[in-house]
Design a protein around this ligand. Structure first.
Ligand code: BG6
Length: 513
């Protein structure tokens, strides 16, 4: 198999050539139904999977091939992005098998080995997808290794292992997990998945920055006032997630992966080329320069909140976090966090970076906004209107917004003369939207990422040192956790007022839109 060295997307939309057996551990779970199988189905309908492939669902439930195929066919019909014609679905599920097994039982691996003996039936290139709780990662990987089911790099057939987050709970556990995985696998075989990196809009951050010459010269401390990254969600603890979430909380669930990955893409230096290593090297460099912006104590830089009871827009009551299913009624877990970081490097010194994420907030929105400085001379006055009422205000700074989801696009807010006899300016938006430009649905993150694993392109996956660098950024919070108060907030709002104080001494505030 030849890996496209240029990485970053060149491999995709080319049919995978290598025959492969995909084994999904934890196949009875939500991820397999909602994401993995529908994504593989879409790739299949677009003729992107190899001619010869088998997908094994591996779980403890008492299914057989037929039952599992039926469940997967239903999942495709419910969750596939593209229309699921009965005949195509049936052709696809004919590639699916079920293996009933227990990850902790050595006999399971002996059975798998027996099954896989004949490489003619089940291709010897293997993709193991570990959609299981992290405490089982080591058991699964070491058992596969001991059973001879992992081919070392350089063999005639490849083995790749996809790992789902969380990659640890803090810096020490992330290091321990990396060490464990690396005892059994080579780094090049490990694909740590962060589904944000598979989003079309997230990949576009790099193209936008480095395929256009006009923005890069102003992406630095001379022109940028600050950067905000928000991932707000309206959901609470649906689909039985409480057990996992209560153990991890917003910081571990969203910051030490998705938000810090967004931060990397928007602040990293241009890579020398588009290879996985060049891009990941730059990400690690910027993460190593990123720190919580602590002046006196940790609460200068971090705010934590937990949603209380509320009322939904339709008038129905919303449970408080502590009343949700599988949540400890005395839980101290945050469902909202906001933080202020700094990046101690030549490009970004002195530019505050704000991150914010939460459940049960006013709106589902993920965006990065880069706010530029106001012009040095305030020649104009700005008009700001809300419906018919207009006000004269100070001129508004330019803001560049990467809208990750929904309403995917990139917007630039600029001041322009308002038509009329007076010389006043108004804030307007220059925008590029995906829906207006391409008029077709965007690929799901998992479609892209699964195809990348089959192509052997690790550009959009997190390297071990990158994971550790992410934990290093937030580790001071865990070291001083007792000093961080947990504030209550109301559902359907923008989180905590306390998060505003992160902007102290600045004229700006959170962009709540
Ligand atoms: C997951 C988190 O990684 O990302 C969830 O575990 C969160 O808690 C989800 O809801 C958000 O993803 P998206 O793609 O909807 O922004």
């Amino acid at each position: 198999m030849t890996v496209d060295k240029k990485g970053a997307g060149n491999a995709v939309e080319i049919r995978v050539k290598d025959p492969v057996t995909i084994v999904i551990f934890g196949a009875s779970g939500d991820l397999t139904h909602r994401k993995l199988i529908p994504a593989l189905y879409t790739a299949y309908t677009q003729n992107l999977l190899p001619e010869n492939f088998t997908i094994f669902g591996f779980a403890r439930r008492d299914y057989d091939d037929e039952i599992f195929r039926g469940i997967m066919a239903d999942a495709i019909k419910e969750f596939s992005r593209l229309p699921a014609a009965e005949e195509t679905v049936m052709r696809f599920v004919a590639h699916i098998r079920y293996h009933k097994g227990d990850i902790s039982n050595p006999n399971t691996y002996a059975e798998l080995t027996e099954k896989f003996k004949n490489g003619e039936v089940y291709p010897a290139n293997r993709l193991y997808y570990l959609s299981i709780i992290p405490s089982l990662f080591e058991t699964a990987v070491s058992s596969l290794k001991q059973s001879g089911l992992i081919a070392p790099p350089g063999s005639s057939h490849w083995t790749r292992v996809v790992i789902e987050k969380p990659f640890g709970k803090d810096l020490a556990s992330a290091k321990a997990l990396n060490a464990t995985l690396l005892r059994h696998l080579d780094e090049s075989q490990i694909y740590r998945i962060d589904h944000y990196l598979g989003k079309e809009t997230v990949q576009n951050i790099l193209s936008f920055r480095f395929a256009n010459a006009i923005f890069e010269p102003v992406f630095n401390r001379s022109y940028v006032d600050h950067i905000q990254i928000t991932a707000s969600e309206t959901v609470g603890m649906e689909s039985g997630r409480g057990g996992y979430y209560d153990e991890y909380g917003a910081i571990r669930d969203m910051v030490t992966n998705h938000l810090l990955e967004l931060l990397c893409l928007v602040t990293m230096e241009p890579p020398g080329d588009l290879s996985a290593e060049a891009i990941r090297n730059e990400k690690v460099k910027v993460l190593n320069a990123a720190k919580l912006d602590i002046h006196k104590d940790i609460s200068d830089a971090v705010v934590r909140g937990q949603y209380g009871r509320g009322v939904a827009p339709d008038g129905n009551p919303i449970k408080g976090y502590l009343e949700e299913d599988r949540i400890d009624p005395n839980s101290n877990t945050e469902t909202f966090t906001a933080m202020r970081l700094k990046i101690d490097n030549w490009r970004w010194a002195g530019v505050p970076i704000f991150l914010r994420t939460g459940k049960r907030m006013a709106k589902k929105a993920t965006e990065i906004s880069v706010q530029f400085k106001v012009p040095p001379l305030q020649l104009f006055q700005q008009v700001e209107c809300e419906e018919d009422v207009c006000d004269i205000t100070r001129i508004k700074p330019n803001t560049l917004i990467f809208r990750i989801q929904p309403d995917e696009g990139i917007f630039l807010k600029i001041s322009t003369k308002r038509p009329g006899m007076r010389f006043v300016v108004e804030d307007v938006k220059m925008d590029f939207s995906y829906s207006g430009t391409w008029k077709k649905s965007l690929p799901e993150a998992y479609e892209r990422l699964l195809l990348d694993t089959l192509h052997g392109d690790s550009t959009l996956f997190t390297r071990s040192d990158e994971v550790e660098a992410e934990w290093r950024v937030v580790q001071p919070m865990f070291d001083h956790f007792d000093e961080l108060k947990l504030f209550p907030y109301k559902p359907n709002e923008w989180g905590l007022v306390e998060a505003d104080r992160l902007f102290h001494k600045m004229e700006s505030s959170w962009r709540n839109q």
